[in-house]
Design a protein around this ligand. Sequence first.
Ligand SMILES: Cc1ncc(C[n+]2csc(CCOP(=O)(O)OP(=O)(O)O)c2C)c(N)n1
Ligand SMILES: [Mg+2]
Length: 557
Amino acid sequence: MPGHPMPEPPATTHARPPRDGLTGGEVLVRALAAHGVTQAFGIPGTHNLEIYRHLATHGIGHLNPRHEQGAGYAADAYARVSGRPGVAITTTGPALLNIAAAVGQAYSDSVPLLVVSPGMPLRHPRQSTGLLHEMRSQTEALRGVAAVSHRVSSAEEIGVAVARAFTLFRTRRPRPVHIEIPLDLLTAVEPAGPVRTAPPLSPATADPDALAAAAGALRSAARPGIVLGGGARGAAAECLRLAEELGAPVVTSANGKGIVAETHPLSLGVSLHSRSVRRWLTERDVVLAVGTELAESDLWEPLPALGGTLVRADIDPAQMYAGPPADIPLVGDARRTLRSLLAASAASAASAASAEETHPDVHRAVAALREERNSETRSQDAHLLPYLAAIESVLPANAVLTSDSAQCCYYGAIPHLPIAPEGRYLHPTGFGTLGYALPAAIGAKAADPARPVVALSGDGGLQFSVQELATAVQLRLPLPVVVFDNGGYGEIRDEMASRGDRPTAVDHPPVDLPALARAYGGHGVRADSPEALAGALRRALDTPGPTLITVPQELSR
Ligand SMILES: Cc1ncc(C[n+]2csc(CCOP(=O)(O)OP(=O)(O)O)c2C)c(N)n1
Ligand SMILES: [Mg+2]
């Protein structure tokens, strides 16, 4: 109005909070940055905008897959490849439930995954009030799949919850944590306290008496064997040295794949599912099992009673009695445990000669056992082998392969595609989810953009998260996605057939998956032979954007 000063423009949602305080959202982002978080995965929504507003200011990059499930698998693979916790941000209700399958997968594979979500307001009555995305209890839902689901009730507690999560990741068996911040706390401005950080704690070290007993048992073993799970990954060099010094063959779980080079003459690869290897294990006089559950998802069938002494090394005390009970329990960090065992056995090391010369009989026995193992499963995997050899011929040793709950993976790549310690094979083991491979490949690329990454999937599993092709297109990721297309749920079809059931809900009408990839803006080809697969793979690794390569039905089953 004339004569009147211009009114102040109304405060917009972009206004900075008052200097003397911070919003809960900013407190959270500062706490994440203080713990070295530089990358988050997620999808924004009405209730988490205050988190999104502060990410870039505090140096946290953000990658947005097309579904929260994809964000969870991407964050999981980011953690597995980078060795740093993966961080995912969802909004309330359905978004959080969408990521729950990824949280369950991270729990069973011991992956440090932090999921942050808003929650219903502080004074929510926990009954239906008609709020957007309302649900009765997010924390109760997430407690079913995460190690911890922590609803904070004050701005100060946000920092405590983040420090708690990172302390758990550093000191315990790494498993997912969910932090829920009431949505009104995210936007409320409160005086900012100091940023808390997790103390520089280390995991526990095994008991010295138990270490001495284990070293003694291993030193005097005539037929030692080593089983490595994902928990041994931080101790790869120590595992190899111990195996060579003891002349002990090494078998791994799917999660431990490649900790010792699978072409090493002492390696039995991933083969606990093999009858011959299980029998071999029962015949060892001492078995050292490191960071492994020795559980059904790797054994497929119950493990017969072990004949000798079982030494179990694990950060999780529960592993000492879950599964085969430990005769000698070593509860602590794998690397320190193995270093202690090496130090204790060094004094008695017979000679400096290479293991090849010292243990030729063991190498011959391992080669024979591998052959026996392979002959057991030839009917299931023979058609896959030339295609796996083609993949192996193209990939450099440091490549990351991401995997799915598909026959090409568990009958194919897991037992038959050798991985070296500088490479990685990321498989959704115990929880056995579907749709992991593609989003996990995106997360692996985020962790290490220069490293070649290949996703390996069945046609069924691919379509649980196929929309992440759009994410790979947007990020221009050179990403081969190799799909063994057998027209549906091959494994379940086979299970129904072996029960004598009529196949139900397992056959899918054909989908032109390469055309679907092109529709997303990526590339798509059919590989009608192993040679065609190798060529397509080579080109895909050099082409920006994803390339979906199908090995078609009539060839892959
Ligand atoms: C989330 C989820 N839903 C269902 C299953 C059950 N399931 C296990 S394997 C499988 C078939 C997957 O089909 P595909 O990816 O094409 O692999 P294939 O068995 O044909 O090799 C199904 C449905 C599962 N493991 N996870
Ligand atoms: Mg299939």
